[in-house]
Write a protein that binds this ligand. Structure first.
Ligand code: NAD
Length: 500
């Protein structure tokens, strides 16, 4: 059993095994080992061994061996286990939050939200498992009364779940809960920057009674992920990460026609119409741009404000951004944490330098608390009226940098918002219902929020258009993405031709 995997006593350095396979921890992996850092102090708090190709192969075989028994458990039995996982997550909430804060430096309320999101996801898919109609074969009407046509949903098989570092427990829960509900077995490949969180989750899954081999974890970076995506026994890859890596995953999947779900990057818009309440719009703009220090696929960093409201909005936005308390989780009122690593901060700083070199003007920026000296912190900043081809306006920055542009008409706002090859989300702030309807219809995004913060429910599907990915997570579609649809067509009994 791996119940305590990824856990360590307080003040003891974390040492993560290279893999958790069928209930056994494997300490020795490849030659590669990488540090686990505390993003808000820059300290190394532990080490992880990366898995070797041989361990990846073992993990996939373990998932493959466990598949036959697991896929034949009843949905109700699987639902019971998912509910148990949710209960164990709730019981371990404080430790899970502490780990998120220790590794990613998330403020306490953000760490807590992540745990709540993971719990809600397991509860939702437990509920679907308890609904027999979701799994039962259903009949399909065909224009011949002598025929019976039926549709069935069956588990895809062995799934590789590859996740990034920005919401580690959440992105994993969005894949793991529906995969288990569907009757699939999995190998999880966490980001090497935040893997302790997935190890805790794997420990909880094991404690819940999910049989050994159903959930396996391999540690490492892109190389380990690539071994998974090319393994012939992997039937499906569910990948969340950058569009650049997503392309490689899609190419790797093509060889065996593996099923894929790709949740990739974004460059989303928040539109403030002339009739919007400025205080509300500013609050949504701050949340959309600076939650998780801007390290969100759904960040709305392209803020479009009606010309008549622009000055008023910018004045209030400046006050709000300057008031953001940036600091480690221990700082009271900290609302924004650090970036995940020194490399990520350097990447964001380089993009800002490139944008400024090309003419972008930083209108205002926030402050860093003195407690930020050693971590990977960066003050939030706002760029005013960048050119349409400025890198800060066109590219995913994945840091606390927002751009604001003014517009004069709904046509112009919609055209500016849609002028990107991404299409993940959008937010509209307006008090005009018919305008809201038009934006909902015409914004090219997988999810459009109207006058709300970025509310995410497990019932509502998540996923983007264009370069933001392929497929949907969450909702019933999230379950279906771990199932193959099959049909049968046959003569109804009593309809056999005479003599047969
Ligand atoms: P990344 O693409 O560098 O890595 C993501 C994961 O893929 C990591 O586990 C990494 O080790 C692995 N990986 C890298 N190359 C691989 C390859 N060739 N084959 C298989 N696996 C590979 O992304 P990141 O920097 O960890 O995360 C940030 C990105 O994730 C951003 O672009 C963000 O928009 C995106 N993201 C998207 C969503 C969404 O739901 N659409 C959610 C969160 C993050």
């Amino acid at each position: 059993m791996v119940a305590n995997a990824g856990r360590c006593a307080d003040n003891q350095a974390l040492v993560l095994p290279a893999a958790l396979i069928a209930g056994t921890t494997f300490s020795a992996g490849s030659e590669v080992r990488s540090p686990v850092c505390n993003a808000s102090t820059g300290e190394t708090i532990g080490w992880q061994q990366h898995a070797s190709a041989e361990l990846v192969d073992r993990a996939v075989h373990a998932a493959h061996d466990a598949l036959i028994a697991w896929r034949h458990t009843t949905p109700a039995a699987r639902g019971k286990l998912l509910r148990k996982i949710a209960e164990l997550l709730e019981a371990d909430r404080a430790r899970l939050c502490a780990m998120q804060m220790q590794v990613s430096g998330k403020p306490p309320f953000e760490a807590d939200l992540d745990v709540s999101d993971a719990i809600a996801t397991f509860i939702y898919y437990a509920g679907l498992c308890e609904d027999a109609s979701v799994f039962a074969a259903d009949s399909v009407a065909v224009p011949d009364a002598t025929l019976l046509a039926e549709r069935m949903h069956e588990p895809v098989g062995v799934c590789a779940l590859i996740v990034p570092w920005n919401f580690p427990m959440v992105t994993t829960a969005w894949k793991l809960a529906p995969a288990l509900a569907a009757g699939c077995t999995v190998v999880i490949k966490p980001s090497e920057l935040t893997s302790p969180v997935e190890h805790m989750l794997a420990g909880i899954v094991s404690e819940s009674g999910v049989p050994d081999g159903v959930v396996n974890v391999v540690n490492g970076g892109g190389e380990v992920g690539a071994w998974l995506t090319t393994h012939p026994l992997v039937d499906k890859i569910s990948f969340t990460g950058s569009t650049a890596s997503g392309r490689k995953v899609m190419q790797a999947a093509a060889e065996d026609m593996k099923r894929i779900t790709l949740e990739l990057g974004g460059k989303s818009a928040l539109i403030v119409r002339e009739d919007a309440d400025v205080t509300h719009a500013v609050s949504l703009a701050v949340g959309g741009a600076f939650t998780n220090a801007g390290q969100m696929c759904s960040v709305t960093s392209r803020i479009l404000v009606h010309d008549n409201l622009y000055r008023k909005f910018m004045a209030a936005f400046e006050t709000a951004v300057r008031a953001i308390v940036v600091g480690p989780p221990q700082v009271a009122d900290a609302a924004m944490g650090p970036l995940i690593s020194a490399a990520q901060r350097a990447r964001v700083a380089a993009l800002v330098a490139q944008g400024v070199e090309a003419g972008a003007q930083v209108a205002f920026a926030g402050q860093l608390d003195p407690a930020c000296a050693d971590g990977f912190f960066m003050a939030p900043m706002v760029v005013a009226e960048p050119a349409a081809d400025n890198v800060l306006w066109t590219d995913e920055v994945f840091g606390p940098v927002a751009c604001v542009k003014s517009f004069r008409s709904d046509d112009e706002a919609i055209s500016l918002a849609n002028d990107t090859r991404y299409g993940l989300v959008a937010t509209v702030v307006t008090n005009n219902e018919s305008a809201a309807r038009r934006y909902k219809a015409q914004l090219r995004a997988g999810l459009v929020w109207v006058n709300t913060p970025q509310l995410i429910f497990p019932q509502v599907c998540w996923g983007g258009l264009g370069l933001s990915g392929i497929g949907r997570e969450l909702g019933v579609a999230g379950l279906r993405s771990y199932q193959e649809m099959r049909h049968t067509v046959g003569l109804r009994s009593g309809s056999l031709p005479a003599g047969l």
